[in-house]
Design a protein around this ligand. Structure first.
Ligand code: CO
Length: 524
């Protein structure tokens, strides 16, 4: 087995940085205005076949009337919608009117503690035993079953109007969730579920952490009706942000962390700051069968199985698939947890002191229980993405945000494409002044979607499509929607759509071939 050393590259960091810290920092400013306009400042041409809506979520508010939040993960969720039709694009952004957002904006000050360390003013006395969670709805956005849902992993989704982005309220998914119940921010669309005669289904999970943790798996049909829901207890405290699926399994990496709630209870730290990463401890890989009906006489086949490996800390998985008795999963791993330090300013992050995220492949042998691992990409990377037809199936390409330099830890300034078959890499870099976000792959052919959902059938090559990403341009202090040709990533973008303002660094998004646009008032 290959040794797992992620942390030994600091000495090879090139002396000249590809970015400047001051410029990078300016991407962490609140965007308080809400816009609604046709994008008219465009370099290149929007492909006329590109039809649909790109939704993106992320913290839009980094301060509440001047009171800085402690960590961007605590920022109120703001949705951007970029709607493409006939070579034109329309931009709209709206904050999600969560209970906390509405109350804090009305009060003009911070009223809630954040999971990642934001405290109410007034020291620990003002925060002690205030264990309310502020559902900030800031992590992902999904269109499913006729609903647009803003996701935050520790509570239920907020439903929005897909055309206006108006907040319609909390959504318990037709009674599937209890009020306040968790629903993760990383759903997968299985493009052809073998339990549903090949129809697509949505697979997501929730975590109830504790001394023993519970993982609940949910599957929904295209109308949004619950198909399957089952819960599994796993030993120990679980901090799990993402997962992956295959046709038969859901796979979770239970990071080696421990949780000491006392500083949180006593009002000194956020809950997320009470998690300690133990890099010397193994990661538990939890493999849960997706089937709920007993396929065989062996009921054990429906039980969660746990495998062990050393994976460092994992936020995101690129994809998983089954191959010859193995489950293969590609994941971005950190040799250390990007620390959420009390009282540290996230804008002063010392990139060189942190381990970069790197892409690893894990092969889990379901018979022998052996887990093998192989480094696929050592360049600092995050936000992996594959062709939607390949969800749960063997993929050739992975697209990711990446650092400009091949070594060391740095902000994401480039998009990288990895060809697993040939080992070839293609890279488009926005350095030195550009900072990228998650690249979202959109297949070129409209036949890649059936009834608005990804089809399992590959139409054209696996890289025949576009990558859509928001790029913050620190030189202009504004953001661009960049459209890249995924077949020729190293060439100039197909189009750069200059927005009239910046968009703070975001988290995740999704594309739907539905075109959502209400009458624009062009207040931009
Ligand atoms: Co995520």
């Amino acid at each position: 087995m290959q040794s797992f050393q992620l942390n030994e590259r600091a000495s090879t960091v090139p002396p000249v940085l590809s970015y400047d810290r001051k410029g990078w920092q300016t991407g962490y400013r609140s965007l308080k205005e809400e816009f609604d306009y046709w994008i008219d400042d465009i370099e290149g041409e929007i492909p006329p076949e590109l039809h649909g809506t790109l939704f993106r979520n992320g913290p839009g508010m980094l301060d509440v009337h001047g009171q800085q939040i402690q960590h961007p993960f605590d920022g109120d969720g703001m949705i951007c919608a970029i709607a493409f039709d006939h070579g034109r694009a329309h931009f709209r952004n709206r904050f999600i009117r969560t209970e906390g957002y509405v109350a804090e904006q009305a009060a003009g000050r911070i009223l809630y503690r954040g999971v990642f360390g934001t405290q109410k003013p007034g020291g620990w006395l003002a925060n002690v035993f205030d264990l309310r969670l502020k559902n900030i709805a800031n992590t992902n956005i999904l269109y499913w079953g006729g609903k647009l849902l803003a996701l935050w992993e520790a509570a239920e989704p907020h439903r929005l109007d897909p055309a206006t982005l108006e907040t319609l309220g909390l959504d318990q998914l037709e009674g599937v969730l209890q009020p306040g119940e968790a629903f993760a921010a990383h759903p997968w669309i299985d493009p052809a579920c073998n339990q549903d005669d090949g129809a697509p289904c949505l697979v997501n999970f929730s975590i109830k952490p504790g001394l023993s943790s519970t993982i609940t798996l949910f599957e929904f049909n295209p109308e949004g009706k619950l198909l399957r829901k089952h819960a599994h207890a796993v030993p120990g405290f679980a901090f799990i942000h993402d997962f992956a699926i295959t046709p038969s399994y859901a796979i979770f990496f239970q990071n080696p962390v421990s949780f000491n709630p006392l500083p949180f209870l006593f009002g000194k730290r956020g809950a997320g700051e009470c998690i300690t990463f133990n890099p010397e401890k193994p990661t538990q890989i939890v493999v849960i069968p997706r089937h709920t009906e007993p396929q065989t006489a062996k009921r054990d086949k429906l039980k969660a199985r746990i495998f062990e490996t050393h994976a460092g800390f994992v936020f995101h998985h690129a994809n998983a698939f089954e191959q010859e008795g193995e489950v293969v999963i590609d994941s971005v791993c950190y040799g250390s947890l990007p620390a959420v330090e009390a009282e540290a300013d996230f804008r002063e992050t010392d990139f060189d002191a942190l381990a970069p995220g790197q892409l690893w492949r894990f092969r889990i042998n379901l018979q022998t229980q052996a887990v093998q691992q192989e480094l696929l990409e050592s360049r600092c990377c995050e936000f992996p993405y594959v062709h939607p037809a390949k969800a749960g199936r063997s993929h050739r390409y992975i697209f990711m945000g990446a650092a400009h330099a091949p070594e060391g830890n740095a902000p994401l300034q480039a998009i990288v494409k990895i060809d697993i078959e040939t080992g070839e890499r293609q890279l488009w870099s926005a350095a030195p002044q550009g900072y990228v976000s998650e690249p979202i792959f959109v297949p070129r052919s409209s036949a890649a979607f059936k009834n608005g959902l990804p089809s399992a059938e590959l139409v054209g090559a696996e890289d025949d499509g576009w990558l859509l990403t928001l790029v913050y341009d620190a030189a202009q202090e504004r953001s661009d929607v960049v459209i890249l040709d995924a077949r020729a990533l190293d060439q100039e973008p197909v189009a750069r759509l200059h927005l009239r303002h910046h968009v703070p660094y975001g988290l995740h998004g999704s594309f739907t071939p539905h075109y959502f646009e209400s009458e624009s008032t062009d207040n931009g």
